[in-house]
Design a protein around this ligand. Structure first.
Ligand code: ZN
Length: 281
């Protein structure tokens, strides 16, 4: 009986650990990041600000593809601290090299967000080159989504839902319930600057993912702090305290996500030879 109980408890642990990190920023968070990005476009891309509504409306699209397309889920995260190379400060950024070392199954299971972002960026560059407006819009919207996911600290860590530290559910508490309540505050926090050209997109993507991963501890601490003083991980008091302790870093992550999205759109456009807005058909 005892053995049987232990077997089932172990089975449950295995099942929980094997569940992929499949959470999204909420739809509203994604929409805000994508719509604000156009304010970071440089003057020579002024006309492309007309894409604002499309980018906003279609920002959550990749999350809705997960249901039909089983290859979509791992594109939204990377549990980067799974890799010993990352933890010792020398992450291997080449997907092929990681696959050689860990096997494809493990790499996919750990999440392929950086390379999905890069591929979408390359597709966007090609669409700009082809002057294909519909494709450019579609890839730009997807790119905004993946860049935003790369700025959600919990999309970059093995403990993505607090499941390893008794804080289960922290992912949705933070990025959906709390963020949705503070969309106006987040929008007001925006300080647009001019987007820059990115020389090495993959390195750039890994840099912002590393930054996001480095603030995970702060978010988990804030959840414990709010729990300590509110006595529960729900309710007004809990969420007030969670925002109190994470507002600063969340505003930074939103601003940076929009800026980095604009940086990559600008870079794709420059690499494609700066097609004029009216040339795009
Ligand atoms: Zn996502």
């Amino acid at each position: 009986m005892k053995n049987k109980a232990r077997f089932f408890s172990q089975l449950i642990v295995i099942l929980l650990l094997s569940t992929l990190n499949i959470f999204p920023w909420g739809d509203k968070g994604h929409k805000l990041i994508s719509k604000m990005a156009v304010d970071f476009f440089p003057p020579e891309m002024q006309a492309f600000k007309q894409w604002k509504d499309y980018l906003e409306q279609h920002a959550p699209d990749p999350d809705y593809r997960k249901k039909e397309d089983k290859t979509e889920g791992p594109k939204h995260f990377i549990d980067i601290d799974f890799y010993k190379e990352y933890n010792t400060g020398s992450m291997v950024e080449d997907e092929k090299k990681l696959i050689e070392e860990y096997g494809e199954k493990e790499v996919v299971h750990t999440g392929i967000l950086p390379w999905a972002t890069l591929e979408t960026f390359q597709n966007l560059t090609k669409a700009f080159k082809d002057g294909n407006k519909a494709e450019a819009l579609r890839y730009a919207a997807d790119l905004g989504h993946y860049v935003a996911d790369g700025h959600q600290p919990m999309h970059t860590v093995m403990n993505y839902n607090g499941q390893l530290t008794d804080q289960k559910g922290v992912h949705a508490r933070y990025e959906i319930t709390m963020v949705d309540e503070h969309l106006n505050d987040l929008e007001k926090s925006y300080r647009p600057v001019e987007a820059n050209y990115v020389k090495d997109p993959l390195k750039f993507i890994f840099n912002y993912i590393t930054d996001a991963n480095s603030v995970c501890g702060l978010l988990f601490d804030a959840d414990n702090y709010a729990f300590k003083y509110a006595g529960q991980r729900q309710g007004d008091e809990y969420y007030k305290l969670l925002w109190f302790r994470t507002k600063y870093i969340t505003e930074i992550q939103f601003n940076e996500a929009s800026l980095h999205f604009a940086d990559l759109i600008y870079t794709a456009w420059v690499d494609a030879g700066k097609p004029s807005f009216n040339e795009m058909k």
